[in-house]
Design a protein around this ligand. Structure first.
Ligand code: B4P
Length: 183
């Protein structure tokens, strides 16, 4: 069973929703950089204060901050993991490769959850988080297309990518993901 996974996809594609279910079902460590950053904001830590304004604008938080969070969670962890929302640009992907080679671990599968921008915008407007207003959502999408989407070709060229249609019910999408993981 594949148990070192990345979830890639545009904001609102359902990465968090699906990652949480899958991690619970298969006993994987679920690392959502978005959730971890929001927890820092909530706690009012120095890191959280730095991240808060950046997230509210829909920009990416600095690579160093995000990397430090991921490193602290993966170091010393035995067993499978699911990285959700990380890496989000080529520099983070490179840093992740370096960290994994240091830990003597390797990515087993990258699951791309894909969905049209129009559906994404509707979903996110329905969620109503503080960074879910239309202007910020559009900016997050353009950040995704400019900085994160190039990772699709990167992982595809390494033969690690499985694309899953993100349209449909939560259950339908979970079944599609299970099918690519178990194939
Ligand atoms: P994230 O927390 O990663 O959030 P997201 O991409 O917006 O959402 P996700 O795809 O997980 O969607 P979800 O399941 O919640 O990022 C937020 C911010 O954090 C970024 O903009 C950035 O500032 C910062 N950040 C995070 N990681 C970073 C990194 N590595 N580097 C730098 N900065 C970083 O689903 C969305 C909505 O759709 C929910 O309401 C859900 O209920 C609904 N939904 C899910 N599946 C559905 C379905 N099948 N049908 C209908 N609705 C569905």
């Amino acid at each position: 069973m594949k148990q070192r996974l990345l979830f890639l996809g545009p904001p609102g594609a359902g990465k968090g929703t699906q990652a949480q279910r899958l991690a619970a079902e298969r006993g994987l460590l679920h690392l959502s950089t978005g959730d971890l950053l929001r927890a820092e904001v909530q706690a009012g830590s120095e890191l959280g204060r730095e991240a808060e304004a950046v997230m509210a604008r829909g920009e990416l938080v600095s690579d160093d901050l995000v990397l430090a969070i991921v490193r602290s969670r993966l170091e010393g962890h035995q067993g499978g993991w699911l990285l959700d929302g990380f890496p989000r640009n080529p520099a983070q992907a490179e840093a992740l490769d370096a960290l994994l080679s240091e830990l003597d671990q390797a990515i087993e599968l990258v699951v791309l959850l894909d969905l049209d921008d129009t559906v994404l915008i509707q979903r996110l407007l329905g969620r109503g988080r503080t960074d879910d207003n239309e202007e910020v959502i559009r900016h997050r999408l353009s950040v995704y297309h400019g900085q994160t989407a190039p990772l699709i070709a990167h992982y595809r060229s390494r033969g690690q990518l499985a694309a899953v249609d993100g349209a449909g019910s939560v259950e339908e999408i979970s079944s599609r993901i299970a099918a690519v993981l178990d194939s």
